[in-house]
Design a protein around this ligand. Structure first.
Ligand SMILES: C[S@@+](CC[C@H](N)C(=O)[O-])C[C@H]1O[C@@H](n2cnc3c(N)ncnc32)[C@H](O)[C@@H]1O
Length: 257
């Protein structure tokens, strides 16, 4: 048996990270561990802690060690096949919700939503959760795509865990899986790191990070294709380098292209 207070004191990783890792392992919250340093863990759990601790010491992200990450207040399961969702992408959920809500108030009776490159499903599933809590789910039609089948497995698992049934998950390159369809709202967080920067990240999947030599290969292709899939009055929300969220309307797109 080992006391929680001693485990945290002996840890060689940052205190906050140790707290997060240990609370994840013990399935409790951080404040409980701080309030009860006298709590004991059995030898099996301690040995698992040592493994987790050493993985973190070697540089592995905590989200992969624990197999989950919080996004938009929800817990998402993760595997090394998917990007760890970043807090800056939460802005896409907020803006998407605002757009859908305004569209419905303005008389649109069904909003067609597409997410390209869904990864763990964090963005679209958080949006569903928010729409559902406002009883708006019946008024949206949702599709999410990714080129990675393994990522889609994670997204589907997260949908089940969150009791979400309405999202159509389809595999393929950018818009290929939705050929012939048009949407009111298109969201995307595509790989946008320049190749040289992406390869320095040894934990997250290169397919989720690497945007080619300058980082803009996927985004440029996405922009070229997107105008054929956007309905008049539609909106495109996408993330670019540095976690900056940009938006384009049907009108601004038509002028650009
Ligand atoms: C930056 S991650 C974003 C994941 C998730 N949307 C998020 O914000 O956490 C990019 C995703 O794009 C997917 N991807 C890469 N190339 C793609 C392509 N050509 N078409 C569709 N998806 C692609 C990757 O598999 C990865 O899941």
């Amino acid at each position: 048996m080992k006391r929680v207070g001693d485990i945290l004191k002996e840890s060689e990783i940052k205190f906050n990270e140790a707290l997060l890792l240990l609370s994840g392992l013990l399935n409790t919250d951080k404040s409980t561990l701080v309030a009860h340093p006298e709590m004991c863990v059995d030898s099996g759990t301690y040995s698992m802690w040592q493994t987790h601790h050493d993985r973190r010491l070697a540089g592995e992200p905590i989200a992969y060690i624990l197999g989950s990450k919080e996004f938009y207040g929800l817990k998402f399961s993760l595997t090394p096949d998917v990007l760890i969702p970043r807090p800056e992408s939460e802005l896409i959920v907020d803006r998407a919700f605002e757009f859908i809500n305004m569209g419905l108030q303005g008389g649109n009776n069904k909003v067609l939503v597409l997410e390209i490159a869904t990864g763990s499903g964090a963005i679209i599933l958080s949006l569903v959760n928010k729409l559902s809590s406002c009883q708006l789910l019946d008024y949206v039609d949702l599709t999410a795509t990714d080129i990675s089948l393994n990522a889609l497995k994670v997204a589907r698992k997260n949908a089940r865990a969150l009791n979400v049934e309405g999202v159509r998950f389809v595999q393929g390159d950018l818009f290929a899986p939705v050929a012939g369809n048009k949407f009111d709202l298109i969201m995307a967080n595509l790989p946008y790191l320049p190749h040289g920067e992406a390869v320095r990240n040894e934990y997250e999947p290169q397919i989720a990070l690497d945007g080619g030599d300058n980082g803009d290969e996927l985004i440029n292709r996405f922009m070229q294709e997107a105008r054929h899939f956007l309905r008049p009055n539609g909106l495109i929300l996408y993330e670019t380098y540095g976690g900056v969220i940009k938006e384009l309307t049907f009108d601004t797109m038509s002028k650009q292209c």
